[in-house]
Design a protein around this ligand. Structure first.
Ligand code: ADP
Ligand code: MG
Length: 353
């Protein structure tokens, strides 16, 4: 028997760098033989949500997974920017007006987003909406955004123009036309929330993957070191086995990069991640994998690291408690990897190709 069975059922994942999950490195040592492994998947938030959990029986597993997915669906209804009826879109329509009281979830995710904006010196910014819209159009038309349109959109961007008041749980967008985009943080937040629901159902050994945003609780019974998660290299065929692996428990890992969502115009490749200071989609083939204590942090920090690049971004990672990162850039000479200080403390393995 091979030491690590591959879980091909998890492929392919949509959105970011596809990841493979493996578990069970110590075959035969069933510490808790009463627990069975169950796998569930549903589409949410424009990606594939996957839950792998250990439960004493099928009914417990199903109830827990169903409740977790229902929670994710609830968050999607709040945070979607594709759904005009979402709470987020309703809030954006009131941009330029007085403060608006919002739900606890929306308030909490915006607080976390603002915290990440401050930490990353504005590289992560959920007010990026108007600019992201222009780039979405570019992906369809294969033409760069008009410079004037881009300039106007940029005038609506800036986390200082988003005001949060904790005492009234209210949000104010200071300028009319502002648009919030939670695409860089909502999936991590939803994966955290799904894990909370699973815990309430007594599930303490689970993996929740929202595309490339993954949150794990306790390890699989047969793999006490944790969940082994493979990071698929940039541009690789997602069916190729990854060469980089992380083994984690009670942690989160997110990968951001240009894997699938990019547009190529005049031989340059622009990512769906935009630099809020210039309004330009990131150029070049990079991917940032960030490990953190929770999914909300990992998701937003990975997006920030792509924007900042390793020289400016790694100090932000090092300053974040419990965070570690791997930054990969593809050049003509091959792949260039950079690791944060704490990365060497992780259970990380790289196979020769
Ligand atoms: P993915 O959506 O592929 O998982 P990310 O977590 O990096 O990748 O999020 C990218 C999304 O975040 C974009 O599609 C866009 O909606 C939003 N976004 C783009 N640039 C920024 C930015 N500088 N700060 C915050 N969010 C951003
Ligand atoms: Mg992100």
């Amino acid at each position: 028997m091979t030491a690590i069975p591959r879980d091909l059922g998890l492929l392919p994942l949509v959105g970011v760098v596809a990841m493979h999950f493996l578990s069970g490195s110590a075959a035969g040592q069933a510490a808790e033989p009463a627990l069975e492994r169950h796998t569930f998947a549903e589409p949410h938030m424009g990606t594939r949500f996957k839950i792998i959990l250990y439960a004493p029986d099928q009914a417990t597993a199903q109830q827990a997974a169903r409740a977790a997915f229902a929670r994710v669906a609830e968050l999607d209804r709040i945070m979607s920017d594709y759904d005009a009826a979402s709470e987020l879109m309703q809030l954006c329509r009131k941009a330029g007006g007085p403060p608006v009281r919002v739900s606890e979830d929306l308030f909490r995710v915006l607080l976390r987003a603002q915290e990440m904006s401050r930490r990353s010196d504005g590289a992560f910014d959920v007010t990026i909406g108007p600019v992201v819209k222009l780039w979405r159009r570019s992906r369809k038309t294969l033409r760069l955004p008009e410079p004037t349109a881009l300039r106007q959109a940029l005038e609506l961007v800036g986390h200082q123009r988003l005001r949060l008041d904790e005492s009234t749980r209210s949000v104010q967008l200071l300028q009319p036309g502002m648009q919030l985009d939670l695409g860089g943080i909502a999936k991590g937040y939803a994966a955290d929330a799904a894990q909370q629901v699973l815990r309430k159902h007594g599930i303490h050994r689970a993996l929740v993957a929202a595309g490339g945003d993954i949150v794990v609780s306790g390890p699989p019974p047969e793999a006490p070191r944790g969940w082994t998660i493979g990071i698929t290299p940039l541009d690789d065929d997602p069916t190729t086995p990854p060469k980089r692996y992380l083994t984690l428990q009670n942690a989160a890992v997110s990968t951001s990069g240009d894997a699938e969502q990019y547009v190529e115009i005049e031989c340059r490749r622009y990512s769906h991640i935009v630099d809020p200071r210039t309004g330009i989609g990131l150029v070049g083939r990079v991917s940032a994998t960030v490990v953190a204590r929770d999914g909300t942090t990992a998701d937003s920090l990975a997006t920030a690291l792509v924007v900042l690049g390793p020289d400016k971004g790694m100090p932000v990672i090092d300053a974040t408690e419990g965070a570690a990162a791997l930054f990969i850039r593809k050049t003509e000479a091959g792949e260039e990897a950079r690791m944060s200080q704490r990365f060497s403390q992780l259970a990380y393995r790289e196979e020769a190709r």
